[in-house]
Design a protein around this ligand. Sequence first.
Ligand SMILES: [Zn+2]
Length: 68
Amino acid sequence: MMTFRCEKCNFCFESVGEREEYISPTYGPCFKYVARCPACDNICNEHRINLKKSDKGSCGCSNCSCGS
Ligand SMILES: [Zn+2]
């Protein structure tokens, strides 16, 4: 299971996700995991907590223990 965060309604949820492949102009063929928000049906990216140190604790989500 992975954690996803909806940017639309700020809802965090866990899902197995779906692998989505795409071509990056910089890195070539890549893939990421996406999942559909159970609250609003928006396609969400994986919620990476430690992506940048400055982002740590900035989730603002009340639904998970993101470290905020
Ligand atoms: Zn949502």
